[in-house]
Write a protein that binds this ligand. Structure first.
Ligand SMILES: Cc1cc2nc3c(=O)[nH]c(=O)nc-3n(C[C@H](O)[C@H](O)[C@H](O)COP(=O)(O)OP(=O)(O)OC[C@H]3O[C@@H](n4cnc5c(N)ncnc54)[C@H](O)[C@@H]3O)c2cc1C
Length: 512
């Protein structure tokens, strides 16, 4: 792994993050879990007594009704890996209860997914162990299937006489095509329903087109929050069927993976729903009050650190927003800023990937950005680095190298520095295409929250001006917003960040 061969001086011994869960966090995390359970129970006795908003569901198949012969309902979980606060599972339970049949959750372990490494898969699998335990307690059959869902599910559906399949929504090309392929191979009378359990306002309802930026989607989303930002009813103990008492072979599953095993798991994140709730709890109690004023300062611990949990769906964003909003009277600016990031910016990223099939390449950018990047294609670059030099944090810039080391070691770069990090890749590579390719590759390979619409949009924003405007024209960047070291020094204590992560400044050797 790149970080192992690094010869940088050891980072100053200091606590990297305040939020490595302590015993007291675990305690408060568990009281929040209890509190949330009570809230759900107060909302409705079950999904049958709750007015489920049908706009959350899209029926992808021609079949619309569960056939009489049905002996079970399947929820194919892949983006939203949690039991409670999950509209897709709630909808699947509604179908199963209405038809008086058993409920299955299927997770299909793909041997590889984009640049995901063992770092990500271990986090995913540990989180799933908690899902499996929760399912068992609720008499919901959890099925750990090995292989691509679109290939293994038709056999499962046939064997278990499944009467409907509910799938997660993720607007990236791969997941969108899995659902399309499954639609072709399911029995003709079995409905395939997709539920957006990730966004508060379902992506197709928030807007029916690609939005220009936050300012054009903000009101569309905010105007719908009254309808969609509701409490959740509980997923209840299922009353039909009896779950099999079988041991799940998690280790065997892990062995089937065809991924890079050299990227080590990160220690500061506890995987799963309980870990996610602890992180939410520690954010509210320790960091939320600083969020409005310090979220752009990489040496202050002010961020939620929820993005890995959001990405794997181990906590619902809707739940995080409902909980954080309860603290609005104490710190209104911070709560509003968090809602802007976690609702508007995040849902804007899903909107971009859903409506723009070129979300991962220059063709997906607006005409002004394409033109300006082309106009400056041949500009002389002061530094040019290879993918390997960048991956190994071997540039002349100690701040950039420190951000890269943070990515390698902790699986997350501070949100402010992520922009600087990607913009410098544009400045130091031979073309915008190469810059985009390298930034997406590194982000997806090392970041715990990578392989996500937010990641594509973050890289496209930094390099191709997506959701941004044109700025004063300059070398290489053209009108794309520029960031530099001096600007960072004006904003925060660069030396403290460098000391923390140990990035060195390497003499530049011209390689190209
Ligand atoms: C080059 C680049 C790459 C990025 N890659 C990713 C990625 O792979 N996955 C990812 O989730 N985010 C990505 N982002 C967006 C943002 O930097 C992260 O969401 C944020 O740093 C996550 O940390 P946090 O949860 O502590 O954020 P907080 O500041 O606590 O924000 C809370 C939540 O709001 C959302 N959010 C915050 N900022 C943004 C943003 N700019 N765009 C969209 N949603 C946002 C996230 O869901 C985040 O978890 C990227 C940004 C850039 C510039």
């Amino acid at each position: 792994m790149a970080s192992k061969s690094d010869k940088s001086p050891p980072a100053k011994k200091q606590k990297l993050l305040d939020d490595v869960p302590s015993k007291s966090d675990t305690k408060s995390g568990s009281s929040l879990i209890k509190e949330l359970k009570e809230k759900r129970n107060k909302t409705a006795a079950s999904i049958l007594q709750f007015k489920f908003n049908k706009n959350r569901v899209r029926i992808l198949s021609e079949a619309k009704d569960v056939p009489d012969r049905a002996e079970g309902i399947v929820y194919w979980m892949f983006r939203d890996e949690r039991v409670q606060d999950n509209w897709a599972l709630l909808f699947a339970q509604k179908l199963a209860l209405k038809n008086k049949i058993p409920l299955h959750v299927c997770f299909c372990l793909k041997p590889r997914f984009m640049e995901a490494t063992i770092r990500h898969y271990k986090f995913l699998l540990k989180g799933l162990e908690e899902v499996a335990e929760d399912c068992k307690k609720l008499n919901i059959q959890f099925n750990f299937l090995i292989g691509d869902g679109e290939r293994v599910l038709p056999g499962f559906v046939e064997k278990n006489s499944i009467g409907a399949v509910v799938v997660d929504f993720m607007p990236l090309k791969g997941p969108m095509s899995w659902a399309e392929q499954l639609k072709k191979t399911l029995p003709k009378d079995v409905p395939l329903c997709q539920v957006d359990a990730h966004n508060i306002v379902p992506c197709w309802i928030a807007s029916d087109k690609q939005e220009y930026g936050a300012r054009t989607i903000r009101n569309k989303i905010n105007n719908k929050l009254k309808e969609y930002l509701t409490e959740f009813p509980p997923v209840i103990k299922h009353t039909y069927g009896t779950v099999k008492d079988e041991v799940i072979d998690w280790e065997g599953g892990e062995k089937t993976l065809e991924v890079d095993r050299s990227v080590e798991p990160v220690k500061w994140l506890t995987p799963g729903y309980s870990g996610a709730i602890q992180m939410l709890d520690s954010f509210i109690n320790k960091r939320l009050k600083k969020f409005a004023t310090k979220r752009n300062d990489p040496v202050v611990d002010a961020l939620s650190n929820l993005s890995p949990y959001f990405h794997f769906g181990q906590i619902s964003v809707q739940r995080a927003i409902l909980t954080v909003r309860e603290h609005r009277s104490k710190c209104p600016e911070s709560v509003d800023a968090f809602c802007e990031e976690a609702i508007i910016r995040r849902e804007l990223a899903d909107n971009f990937c859903f409506y723009n099939k070129n979300y991962d390449n220059i063709n997906g950018s607006f005409d002004w950005a394409k033109k300006t990047l082309n106009d400056h294609r041949k500009d002389k670059r002061e530094y040019i680095y290879t993918k390997e030099e960048l991956e190994n944090a071997k540039t002349h810039d100690d701040l950039w190298n420190s951000a890269e080391l943070q990515l390698l070691k902790e699986g997350k770069i501070h949100g402010f520095l992520r922009m600087y990090w990607a913009k410098k890749i544009l400045e130091w590579t031979t073309s915008p295409e190469e810059a985009l390719e390298i930034s997406i590759y590194l982000n997806d390979k090392y970041s715990m929250d990578g392989r996500d619409p937010n990641g594509f949009v973050g890289c496209m924003w930094s390099i191709c001006g997506i959701h941004d405007q044109g700025w004063a024209e300059r070398n290489v960047f053209g009108k794309i917003r520029y960031m530099n070291y001096a600007g960072c020094k004006r904003k925060f204590d660069v030396a403290a960040f460098v000391a923390r992560y140990g990035g060195k400044s390497y003499p530049y050797k011209k390689s190209k």
